[in-house]
Design a protein around this ligand. Structure first.
Ligand code: NAP
Ligand code: ZN
Length: 350
């Protein structure tokens, strides 16, 4: 076993604090990674504070991991010491169900193994990326583009793929009208990727506070949802709406902004159930309401390569791990532009 330094929540009410634990010894198909950076996803906060229920503690959160390979098992063929690699939201899946065979491990019928707040198939609890090292099966490790800085890559492993996957699935490209609801960690990647795919991108944000940023990130239009006029003037405008907000918004108002055959994809997880969806909001214009969760390993690699080609990374605020609790509070207040990323060098002083 390998001694590992990290930060963990001891209980749902406790702030994160230094935590020592052990990673498994390298197996034949494993890659050992020195973690350089880890993004702070809003899902980390939901889980560390047990807002979804069934959290297990102590919990080392973190599923936006960027680092360097330090060792490989005897049967590893694709990675070598020194490679720049990433790990996202899961570290294993059954490998044989129809979803896994299609490369959509995130929908594994037997349940994927979450990077943290999960269990390996042998029952060992998993611990995430707010730590100095991790050991992961080769097939669940991603290759990071050589031209992109590691800290800007880390958030691609969750925020990036969570937006890339629905944008690709619903065939976003030139001539398509796309709206991104909420300009946070996920939302700002949606704007960048949607723009790079050639779509006309609109941000729907609570206020106009982030308007200049939205335009800089690639949005063509920016509207405040606090202004009731927004919902009047944008009726039937969009082919696709990606909703990244974790508050209980009234989805009916947003469905009315879809054009005929338009789809609203929910990726944000509301704290409490939103108001019921009315049949007429869907019937008028043959609209769809859908959901999407992260992405499979092949699509995550495709997204990383796409980001490399388009020189696309997350806008990050790099912090030492000692400031993680303050960062959590700022994310909850929507006071982040646009992703906190922890510099794991700060763990060395522990
Ligand atoms: P985030 O950085 O906090 O961004 C969320 C954004 O939502 C905020 O920046 C804010 O944007 C908007 N917002 C916040 N409170 C709001 C309110 N009361 N009313 C309206 N808008 C509000 O969070 P994130 O990391 O992007 O994650 C967003 C959600 O997606 C979380 O629920 C997370 O758990 C979930 N998630 C899902 C997946 C998946 O696979 N489906 C993956 C990762 C995360 P404005 O200031 O622009 O309004
Ligand atoms: Zn995430």
């Amino acid at each position: 076993m390998q001694k590992t330094k990290g930060y963990a929540a001891a209980t749902a009410k406790a702030p994160l604090a230094p935590f020592a634990f052990e990673r498994r010894d390298l197996r034949q198909d494993d890659v050992a990674i020195e973690i350089k950076y880890c993004g702070i996803c809003h899902s980390d906060i939901h889980q560390a504070r047990d807002e979804w229920g069934r959290s297990t503690f102590p919990m080392v959160p973190g599923h936006e991991i960027a680092g360097i390979v330090t060792a490989v098992g005897g049967k590893v063929t694709r990675y070598k010491i020194g490679d720049r690699v990433g790990v996202g939201c899961f570290v294993d899946s059954c490998g044989h169900c129809p979803e896994c065979r299609k490369g959509q491990q995130q929908y594994c019928s037997n349940g994927m193994v979450l990077t943290y707040n999960g269990q390996e198939y042998d029952g060992t609890p998993t611990q995430g990326g707010y730590s100095d090292k991790i050991v992961v099966k080769e097939n669940y490790v991603l290759r990071l583009p050589e031209n992109l800085p590691l800290e800007g890559c880390a958030p691609l492993l969750c925020a990036g793929i969570t937006l890339y996957s629905p944008l690709k699935h619903w065939k976003v490209g030139p001539g398509k009208q796309v709206a991104v609801v909420g300009l946070g960690g996920l939302g700002h990647m949606g704007v960048k990727i949607g723009h790079a795919l050639g779509a006309e991108v609109t941000v729907l944000s609570q206020s106009l506070r982030k308007q200049a940023d939205g335009k800089r990130l690639g949005a063509d239009h920016f509207h405040a949802t606090s202004d009731p006029e927004t919902f009047k003037k944008l009726q039937r405008r969009f082919d696709l709406i990606v909703n990244t907000v974790s508050a209980d918004l009234d989805w009916n108002e947003y469905l009315n902004l879809l054009n005929t055959d338009g789809t609203m994809v929910v990726v944000g997880v509301p704290d409490k159930p939103p108001p019921p969806v009315k049949a007429f909001a869907l019937l008028r214009g043959r609209r769809s309401l859908a959901g999407s969760m992260i992405g499979g390993i092949p699509e995550t690699q495709e997204m990383l390569d796409f980001c490399g080609k388009h020189d696309l990374t997350s806008d990050v605020e790099v912090i030492p791990i000692q400031r993680v609790n303050e960062a959590y509070d700022r994310v909850v207040r929507s006071d982040v532009r646009y992703r906190f990323v922890i510099d794991m060098a700060s763990l060395k002083s522990l």
